[in-house]
Design a protein around this ligand. Sequence first.
Ligand code: SF4
Length: 743
Amino acid sequence: MSKVENLENIIERFGPHLHDAPDGGWQADRVIDKVVPTHCPYCGVQCGMNLLVEKGKLVGFEPRYDFPVNEGRLCPKGVTAYLQTHHPDRLTHPLIKRNGVFEKATWDEALDLVVLKFKELQAKYGKDTLGVYSGSSLTTEKTYLMGKFARAGLGTRYIDYNGRLCMVSAGAGNYKAFGVDRAANPWSDIPLAEVLIIAGANCAETFPVLNKYLWQQRDNGGVWIVIDPRETATARQGDLHLQLKPGTDVAVANGMLHVIVKENLIDEEFIKSRTNDWDQVKAGIEKYTPQVCSEISGVPAEKIVQGGLLYGRAKTGMIMHARGIEHHTNGVDNVLSYINIVLATGKIGSPGKGYGTITGQGNGQGGREMGQKADQLPGQRSINNPEDRKYISEVWDLPLEEMPEAGVSVVEMFGKMREKEIRGLISICNNVMVSLPDTNMVRETLEGLDFFVCIDFFMSESSRYADVVLPGSAWSEDEGVTASAEGRVVKINKANEPPGEAKVDWWIINEIAKRMGRGKYFPFNSPREIFDEMRAASKGGKADYYGITYEKIEKNNGIFWSCPTLDHPGTPRLFEEKFSLPDGKAKFHAIEYKGADEKPDEEFPMILTTGRVVYQYLSGNQTRRIGFLVQQCPEPYVEIHPETAQKMKINDGERVKVISRRGEGIFPALVVRTIRPDTIFIPYHWGEQLAANQLTNPALDPTSKIPEFKACAARIEKIHSRELPILGKGRKGASLSEVQRGK
Ligand code: SF4
């Protein structure tokens, strides 16, 4: 069946005005009756944009020049974001699976069934038999609500969120070294830095509009050191590219620090007055000579020396990193080894001196602040801390003894589902069949659940396995706040109502809690009421939002937390005077190189690494439906170096099989010199037989519990034409548009 929606259906659903409109429904002569300033739903840059509304329908966008981060700029995802709102694939009514087929249901039928099953499961197996899996593309109000829903609504300890697959290694490293989890600097500091180290971050594709600041830094005479196994669009613009083997960041960072120490480029005064534990690090990096690190990482020793000298000699500098160093079983070690360089050179806490992770999801920062993490309570409080538990119990008016203990990370939750310790799951804003490692194992786990509920606004590869699907809201259909990757809290505004019978997400959660008999804890009538309770819950915490109001955000184009009082201006730059650990000092950590969990061997001689492309967003459930984005990047591919391709007689464009210990997939070869000969790369935004995560390794970092998406052993095989897949076939269950059309 063609993936293209039948034109007659579209006209029937959206009216004849679309008949002669170009792709996406734009008409130049529209009479716009409302312009709604808001922010892009996708990445953590959170670009400002104006949404155009005609007769209650979102029909386009305009640049929003007043927002200082993007000043009107948008990337390909941003300019097409509005097209998802009235997309024909939107879920418009609750669905209940009966005899393996989804059928339309009323809200009462669907919610009553959810509550009946949840109560039955908890009566039989205990409160913790239910799991909650949430997301960081939700507004912060919703993430707060999800944390409260799990603990006070369902009474389960098992909640986690999809930031676990994203920036948790950075968060854990930040806690250990600085005592708080937030980028240290506003992006306006970037142009002030003489040298930037960009490690494992292809900003050009994954954070496109951030390049505004990077290019300004270049215009000011600045230098970039890019550390990446691929010569990405970002690396190509850099001055020095350290093209390391995936999983060897500790060696590269320790090697550069070794050079900095040997050349006496450390800031002794800063180390003495503002840090602890330098001596162990200094002693530990003695053996990490450039030659040793070169042998481990594959980066020429002279380039490691050049990197150390460039950064060490500069008066100002910033280090920024992303999933490339974080998605590892030693992700936290990788982060800490770069932080050691920052601290040793005293390059933090003043203009042009700083450090930060580049979070992928739109609310990747806010999503890890208000209690939807397995061990977290609102305000970046710890559920393991008796004082924090008591404070939040009081804010919620929940008896302290009812506050559950810490849960476990999402990959561990899936383990508990297989062991039947968790039998029911409610999931919102994620797509595990694309985004978790080892998707074959994920599929078996979902199929084995007693009861599975999904809240989403498009049917996804994962919600097909649900027993009940509840149609939620797209970003333009509700208000709330997000925190961008620089820690700026911005306001998302509502432009239109959800289509059909779809509801705003917070209403759905509230309603389930009420029907579970826990309505006392969920008295909310609006996102603003949730926000106000969240402010109180965050008060005095590390991520303190108490002094932030919707009005203050809009007046100031965002407020950086921490903002403890109503007259506080917010905190764009952290650590100017002290760090957030108890004695106010930052902490060095001596880090040893360990490498990836799975190393190449005879059977699997290549290193597979995965990542993203500019035209798709995370699990692709939103962007794989937008015509322009699909045209630009319709399917995944495997990047192979020409040397490898020549040895195996593989031609550019030829479909090849990629096999790991967990699965195999068939992908067209993209033969490029920009990848290391020992490494292959597949972008991960697709599902089923196109999923890169069929292959990846679910081994976890011991601290952050992030899976090792960025390095596993694999091999490539040539295939015979009879093995070629027929794309779009072989999915289990019907697509939603087929269900809606009664097919
Ligand atoms: S850079 Fe990020 S926030 Fe900006 S338009 Fe692109 S996806 Fe949206």
